[in-house]
Design a protein around this ligand. Sequence first.
Ligand SMILES: NC(=O)c1ccc[n+]([C@@H]2O[C@H](COP(=O)([O-])OP(=O)(O)OC[C@H]3O[C@@H](n4cnc5c(N)ncnc54)[C@H](OP(=O)(O)O)[C@@H]3O)[C@@H](O)[C@H]2O)c1
Length: 314
Amino acid sequence: MTSTSSASTTAPITAAASGRWTLGDLPVNRVGFGTMRLPQTGGALVPDAVPRDRQAALAVLRRAVDLGVNHIDTAAFYFSPLRSANELINSALAPYADDLVITTKVGPARDLTGEWAAHARTPEALRGQVEENLRQLGRDHLDVVNLRIVGTDSIAERFGALAELRQAGLIRHLGLSNVTPAHLAEAQAIAPVVCVQNRYGIGMRSSEDDAFVRDCGEQGIAFVPFYAIAAAGGEGGATGAEPAEILTVAQAHGVSPAEVRLAWTLHRGPHVLAIPGTGDLGHLAANVAAGALRLSEDELELLETLHRSAAATG
Ligand SMILES: NC(=O)c1ccc[n+]([C@@H]2O[C@H](COP(=O)([O-])OP(=O)(O)OC[C@H]3O[C@@H](n4cnc5c(N)ncnc54)[C@H](OP(=O)(O)O)[C@@H]3O)[C@@H](O)[C@H]2O)c1
């Protein structure tokens, strides 16, 4: 007996379903992929992280690209004792497709044991981090480099140093991470900014970043949330119980809460890009499919109320 319709014959939803955005002059599908989860299982960015199986990590990267992902977020400080996100990207995807955009970030640093070290603040130290990314990725220029900061200090000297590396051809486009609107204005006076990567999602940073997300859109700058799924779990990953509102919307669409969280970020504006991180092929497919999820006005209203209430961060 033959079957004429089955799930196994249905073509998977690809990242193209999420729509496109142009980072500077580089077009990307709005659902991308974040690599912070790949070097290890469990919590990221800790010295005693448990390295992920190498073939499993490579398979996730290759599958992401097969599913149309062409925006990959990384950093040289994404590593576990035995794996480096940049090395995995290089091994899985080089020679790189012409349409693949790799975004990395500089500023933070970890020493060889994996402990956090002092941020790069001088032009020499920032150049060293840019060159480290170039070596690990096996490229002669970086598509997008975010200056990732902590605190409220002026970023003029650091951003100016990256602007010079851009002029020198080592970097195509610049972005910022973990910044305020004042930082963005300071940077824009020095060189164009194509993206802002801040922590943001349902129930997270509503008062700080709702207006900032809109402002970025009005200026044609991509807003790229991190921890959109992990939410309050942060580096530890998605572990918390989901609020009833998210479960209700997920059930109505027959999708997971993670997909609702991602879809909600994408509904904040056409300039919002997603970079969900996962080491799981099933989760990868679900996250890409979230780009096709359309939430109704009632659902968006329900989630908006949740977003504005502190309860959503639990
Ligand atoms: N600029 C910055 O300061 C900064 C900071 C942090 C992260 N980032 C970037 O942002 C990216 C996204 O952040 P993230 O990876 O931490 O967080 P995330 O995408 O919000 O969530 C990842 C967590 O959710 C789980 N998950 C992913 N998809 C899922 C699904 N469909 N269903 C259920 N669980 C799912 C993952 O576990 P599984 O592996 O089990 O799926 C992991 O625990 C990072 O990879 C990194 O590239 C940037």
